[in-house]
Ligand binder design. Structure first.
Ligand code: AMP
Length: 280
């Protein structure tokens, strides 16, 4: 595995590979890798001649009160995991090479960024869209891989890639959970044993909702209240419980067609998100 830190060097290397007809698959991450990341990397490995993974904790997508400073950084372990997956390139730009002094450009995907996490994390999706656009420009992948764990993010990236003619195929892969159902996240490293137990209420409530819908409940208020009831006592704060149309992310009035139930809440000082995609 070749490790590249300079954006220019990666851009040149990728240009050479592309011109030789090699298919490039790209998986952007912020590191502290887990099985969720590995599922994307394995898919990329199976579909491309060249696999590039980036690790960059992107300051632009963290708000002033967010956890940028304490975000887990485990580069040695990550490197070993990536080498084991036979990743070809690890791209790790420094903050100053990616956002040098005088940096000015931001990308905004308007409508899709407004709801859900967009309401609670102003500027977050602007930061995400901007860094992914930059990463696409240096890597110029044929395919890029994202997880449905960050469902809103994946839709925003798809929209951006299409709006800005990136010519990259965006692949969105299923959310990976641990044995107990907890959605895997680098931020789970913040959770104590007791907090992890409490966090399980989120996936359990989504599972309950899925079953209730399967049994014929199409009532948004009743499903939402059911989730709220089981989360109230377990989470310190609930940012949102939303039932939205899967493509537009607009709230639905009744449960019909492809919908997503998305939850964001706090266990102690850790903000967690989770979702289920349901066809009703
Ligand atoms: P992150 O390092 O958290 O920025 O995530 C990098 C990529 O991995 C994003 O596309 C995420 O959606 C994806 N990802 C993170 N956690 C999971 C998970 N539990 N299952 C599937 N994909 C995930």
């Amino acid at each position: 595995m070749k490790i590249i830190q300079s954006p220019r060097e990666l851009q040149q290397e990728m240009g050479r590979l592309r011109s030789r007809g090699k298919g490039i698959g790209f998986v952007p991450t912020m590191g502290a890798l887990h099985e969720g990341h590995l599922s994307l990397i394995r898919k990329a490995r199976s579909e491309n001649r060249v696999v590039v993974v980036s690790i960059f904790v992107n300051p632009l997508q963290f708000g002033p009160k967010d956890d940028f400073k304490r975000y887990p950084r485990r580069i040695q372990k990550d490197r070993a995991m990536l080498a084991k997956e036979k990743v070809d390139y690890l791209f790790m730009p420094s903050r100053s090479s990616f956002y040098p002094e005088g940096y000015q450009t931001l990308i905004e995907v308007k409508d899709l960024s407004r709801g859900l996490c967009g309401k609670f994390r102003p500027g977050h999706f602007q930061g995400v869209a901007t860094v992914v656009a930059k990463l696409f420009n240096v890597t110029k992948p044929h395919r890029a891989y994202f997880g449905a764990k960050d469902y809103q993010q994946a839709l925003i990236i798809k929209q951006m890639a299409s709006d800005l003619n990136f010519g990259v195929e965006i692949r969105v892969l299923p959310l990976i959970r641990d044995k107990k159902g907890l959605a895997l996240s680098s931020r789970n490293a913040y959770l104590s044993f007791k907090e992890k137990e409490r966090a399980l209420a989120i996936s359990r409530s989504l599972n309950w909702a899925k079953k209730a819908i399967r049994k014929g409940n199409r009532n948004v208020v009743s499903i939402r209240n059911g989730i709220l009831k089981s989360l109230k006592s377990k989470l310190r704060k609930i940012d949102y419980i939303e039932i939205v149309e899967a493509k537009s992310l607009q709230p639905v009035k009744s449960i019909r067609g492809q919908i997503v139930i998305a939850v964001a809440g706090w266990v102690g000082e850790t903000r967690l998100i989770d979702n289920v995609i349901i066809r009703a």
